[in-house]
Design a protein around this ligand. Structure first.
Ligand code: URA
Length: 425
């Protein structure tokens, strides 16, 4: 059936509900180029302003899935589970998590993206490992999942092409922040990817997409409902992103920290979240008799990591690159570090070269920020708080501008839980 794009826009502009037919048509026609960018951006803005019902979001998601291929892992000898994070500063959890869950007997098909803006992308991090290759054919992906159990690779162009086009349009039309559009964008790709179980890490705080808890909860509930209705066992954790995760933000720096976690050490918050998400993925995949913390301690997760990196031509023994230029930021007074702002650190890491402004931009493997203290730690005046890493010393000034108001040192600190809540269907 054919509709008129202007009628579809008017329906949403006037706070009406789009019919299933209108949604199927507009997504298909936009993907084919029959609905123009200016019409789709007008519709996206009407959705941002007036919202969508659960039915509309479910149909919109289904239409985006139908725009491309759908993968199927049913032939694998083990169950599958995946994780998606809405993105944060220092969020390297996928790196230790995928091999850890595989070491526990569940296959992890992690189709990832590159970073845009102040949050880093998993592929950018792994590309700091000499030789490692992000692009795999579907046959290579299947073989690696069967042999190694974990794959982190680039999502192919065939998955939800409607979302690819729409996300690029939203990025330049101020319409990224619409919860129905974020939820359908993420879930169309994850459902098309074919995972049996999915755990969502929905970040809340200054360094996250969602700055407040009510919005994060609404996004989590919407995505959990979409996944569940599509037959994917889906759970979400709401987790804190007011301060960076771990002690590093930046590509090679985060790989190094992930290796510490896989070796049984690493920062407590990274270990806590990795183990909690692993436990959720295992439970959602029906595996309840393996303790993921033990598989980190006994080296099994590290063994899978090494095989996973080597299978994609990376050298797990190669030295990681190190920044030629470093600058230390010191504490201005003594006391308790009461705030270290995630967004400021993320923007500073990005200005040092760790992230990209446009999706075609290159990223630096070595750029980023190392933290020497976390909120709650006692610090003394003059002690190093942060080390900035870059290939280009002219970048320090702009990075330091972003950090100008990033730190508070006081007398007290009230610890916030890292895992704020859990959302199920
Ligand atoms: N990530 C996505 O994949 N889509 C969005 O809309 C936002 C974040």
């Amino acid at each position: 059936m054919s509709f008129d794009a202007v009628d579809v826009i008017r329906t949403k502009r006037d706070k009406g509900e789009l019919s299933d037919g209108q949604i199927d048509w507009v997504i298909d026609a936009y993907t084919r180029g029959d609905v123009a960018d200016e019409q789709m951006s007008s519709l996206a803005m009407a959705i941002l302003l007036n919202g969508m019902t659960r039915r509309e979001i479910a149909r919109w998601t289904a239409a985006m899935i139908a725009s491309g291929e759908r993968m199927d892992f049913a032939k694998l000898s083990r169950p599958t589970a995946d994780k998606h994070s809405t993105g944060g500063v220092g969020d390297k959890i996928t790196l230790p998590l995928a091999p850890l869950v595989a070491a526990c007997g569940v296959a992890v098909p992690q189709l990832s993206g590159r970073g845009l803006g102040h949050t880093g992308g998993t592929l950018d991090k792994l590309e700091s490992i000499p030789g490692w290759r992000a692009a795999l054919s579907n046959a290579e992906l299947m073989n690696q999942l069967e042999d190694v159990g974990a794959v982190i690779c680039a999502a192919g162009d065939g998955l939800a092409p409607a979302d690819k086009k729409l996300y690029a349009l939203r990025d330049v039309t101020g319409t990224v922040e619409a919860i129905p559009l974020i939820a359908s964008s993420i879930m169309s790709k994850k459902i098309a990817e074919g995972t049996g179980a999915l755990v969502l890490d929905v970040k809340v705080g200054t360094g996250a997409f969602m700055k407040d808890l009510a919005d994060a909860r609404e996004l989590a509930e919407t995505m959990v409902a979409l996944g569940t209705d599509a037959g994917v066992r889906t759970v979400a954790l709401l987790t804190d992103m007011s301060t960076p995760l771990g002690l590093t933000a930046g590509n090679a720096l985060e790989v190094r920290e992930s290796l510490e976690v896989l070796a049984g050490g690493g920062p407590a918050d990274v270990v806590e979240l990795t183990v909690a998400l692993a436990a959720e993925m295992l439970a959602a995949a029906g595996v309840t008799d393996v303790d993921p913390a033990e598989k980190l301690r006994d080296g099994s997760a590290m063994d899978v990591w090494r095989r996973m990196i080597a299978a994609q031509d990376g050298d797990p023994d190669a030295d990681l690159p190190v920044a030629p230029e470093q600058h230390v930021v010191k504490a201005e007074q003594s006391g308790v570090l009461s705030r270290l702002d995630a967004l400021a650190v993320g923007v500073a890491a990005w200005r040092l070269g760790a992230g990209r402004a446009r999706k075609e931009d290159p990223v630096s493997p070595v750029a980023g920020i190392e933290l020497h203290a976390k909120p709650g730690d006692e610090v003394t005046a003059g002690q190093p708080l942060l080390t900035l890493h870059t290939d280009d010393a002219s970048r320090f000034d702009r990075a330091l501008e972003s950090l100008a108001d990033a730190v508070d040192i006081g007398t007290a600190y009230e610890k916030q839980p890292l895992i704020i809540d859990r959302v199920t269907a």
